[in-house]
Design a protein around this ligand. Structure first.
Ligand SMILES: Cc1cc2nc3c(=O)[nH]c(=O)nc-3n(C[C@H](O)[C@H](O)[C@H](O)COP(=O)(O)OP(=O)(O)OC[C@H]3O[C@@H](n4cnc5c(N)ncnc54)[C@H](O)[C@@H]3O)c2cc1C
Length: 380
């Protein structure tokens, strides 16, 4: 078994880390304070080919697969989980269905400019009455005069208020149930009947989310992605692959919280010695290092399975569940190691602690990941 990154992957990791350090890190404080995504990053990252790296070169991607995608998400998250949330949607759930199931025209119109950072993507599944239970969505799309007319509301949509287009899930035929009655549509910003309002959260503030409303919002027939009624299986494909990138986001956050805690514990002196030398802190840091390593293997193993076209559903759910819980634990320990300084507003430790909350809830809560794993091990 070869557990190492290839030369190409190693070089990409260094390049994206150094880009994020130079170009993203200086924007983070202001973006967090104002709860605003720095929009200039989309064209900048797109131009350098850093936005949607897993897509093939023919559409402008780097063609470096899920492992490449995870490297990119991990390194951006090392500097900002909020910003990674926005860029992740662009290379993940906002464009996955278009890439996998869309027409060539849709790919040229939406995927290619998204990869180049010229158009911002979003993905709208969650609704006020449908979160974990995605089949209970109430948005409907009715075919009328050669168009689909959408009515419904989408909740907590990342990039929702800044996107140029959003992939929306809606029932085209409720009588067929979710598996045969849901379809996916691309809705463009500015379409009459499509309105959005920004929502505010206490964590990952630079990643913007919004509530989207569709009121008699008519989209052309050609905005249907793939086949009518096949939306639910397409959604599952999107979400299952997305879990691995999500896990990489938690990994990046856990890593920075660990790195900075270790450095702080070695530098901070109490009772005449670095606090790292007190066994309670040394053991905390040892456990953090171990958890980080285990999470890393799970994330990149799941990504490798995905890239090899091998079954990956169980491992993707395990990676998301484990890495997000590791991030929650490591960021909590990091806060304790930082003492009173960690509680100050200007401390990054408190930001890491807040940001970790995102990982166990979004794109399938920890409970839902356990449901998936239990099904995969034969409990139905
Ligand atoms: C910051 C942020 C960004 C988001 N971005 C997007 C986006 O871009 N697009 C999008 O479509 N959605 C997005 N979401 C929605 C997100 O995926 C949902 O919040 C998440 O899936 C949980 O749904 P819910 O909040 O309705 O919680 P609920 O489903 O109401 O769950 C509440 C609690 O009950 C538990 N629970 C529910 N069902 C079960 C069960 N069967 N067994 C055991 N426990 C259960 C859950 O685990 C949770 O603890 C985002 C959410 C946030 C907060």
């Amino acid at each position: 078994m070869d557990f190492d990154f290839s030369e190409e992957q190693r070089m990409f990791k260094e390049a994206i880390h150094s880009f994020a350090e130079k170009e993203i890190s200086p924007l983070v404080d202001e973006a967090e304070k104002t709860a605003t995504f720095p929009l200039q990053l989309f064209p900048k990252m797109g131009e350098l080919g850093y936005l949607c790296v897993r897509y093939p070169a023919e559409y402008g991607g780097a063609g470096i697969g899920k492992i490449g995608d995870c490297i990119s998400v991990e390194e951006v998250s090392y500097f900002s989980v909020g910003i990674a949330a926005g860029t992740m949607v662009q290379g993940g759930i906002g464009t996955s269905a278009i890439y996998a199931r869309g027409s060539e025209d849709q790919k040229q119109k939406y995927l290619v400019p998204a990869i180049a950072g010229q158009r911002i993507a979003a993905f709208g599944l969650t609704e006020p009455n449908a979160g974990s239970d995605a089949a209970s969505i109430e948005t409907i799309a009715t075919k009328r005069n050669g168009k689909y007319v959408l009515n419904g509301t989408k909740m907590f949509i990342t990039n929702g208020n800044i996107c140029d287009f959003v992939v929306v899930a809606a029932y085209t035929d409720k009588s067929k149930g979710a598996r045969g009655g849901v379809s996916l549509f691309v809705v463009e910003k500015g379409t009459p009947g499509f309105t959005r309002s920004k929502l505010h959260k206490f964590c990952a503030r630079s990643g913007e989310i919004a509530e989207l409303t569709f009121e008699d919002c008519a989209v052309p027939e050609e905005n249907l992605i793939g086949e009518e009624g096949r939306g639910f299986p397409y959604l599952m494909e999107t979400l299952m692959g997305g879990r691995i990138s999500h896990a990489a986001r938690s990994l990046g956050l856990a890593r920075v919280a660990y790195d900075e805690s270790l450095e702080y514990a070695k530098a901070r002196v109490q009772f005449g010695q670095p606090i790292a030398k007190f066994q309670t802190n040394a053991f905390k840091l040892a456990r953090m290092a171990m958890e980080l390593e285990a999470a890393r293997w799970l994330v990149y193993y799941a990504a490798w399975l995905y890239d090899q076209d091998k079954p990956y559903v169980k491992e993707a759910a395990m990676a998301k569940l484990y890495a997000s819980e590791v991030a929650a634990h490591i960021t909590t320990e990091a806060l304790q190691i930082n003492g009173g300084y960690g509680l100050m507003e200007e401390s990054v430790a408190q930001r890491y602690f807040r940001d970790a909350r995102l990982g166990t809830i979004t794109e399938g809560t920890s409970e839902i990941q356990q449901l998936v794993i239990s099904r995969e091990i034969g409990i139905r």
